[in-house]
Design a protein around this ligand. Sequence first.
Ligand code: ATP
Ligand code: MG
Length: 131
Amino acid sequence: MERTLLMIKPDATARNVIGRIISMLEENGFKVVAIKSKHFSREEAERFYEVHRDKPFFDDLVNYITSGMVVGIMVERENAVKALRELVGATNPKEARPGTIRAVFGESIERNAVHASDSYENAQRELSFFF
Ligand code: ATP
Ligand code: MG
């Protein structure tokens, strides 16, 4: 069974919707294997998002992700990486399919409630920040 990471970002933890997001995971066939809250240091945030280092939004993204608590959730399901990306929806909540986590909880293209690993290799790398 494949495992991947869902990370609930600071905008969503601040709005007290952690439980509702976990319910959406469970309702969509994901088994929650482990959960951990943490506060990213700048160094950790820069490493977590290193593929975006050259993007114009990188500094804002690091400021945002270090601005509050995040929650890392290890989930398990068949085809977990692909299935979770589908449940999360498009980066911009305005473009996310109705019923996806970002359509329901995202505020903007930056403050979009959750992160999901985009490949099996990145899932291993990103899970290691939490577990
Ligand atoms: P994630 O990696 O968080 O699951 P994603 O893969 O849909 O999201 P990426 O392109 O990897 O999107 O961007 C990483 C994160 O950077 C986004 O989730 C969002 O918070 C932020 N971001 C992406 N594009 C922009 C943008 N144009 N302006 C501001 N922030 C952005
Ligand atoms: Mg991404």
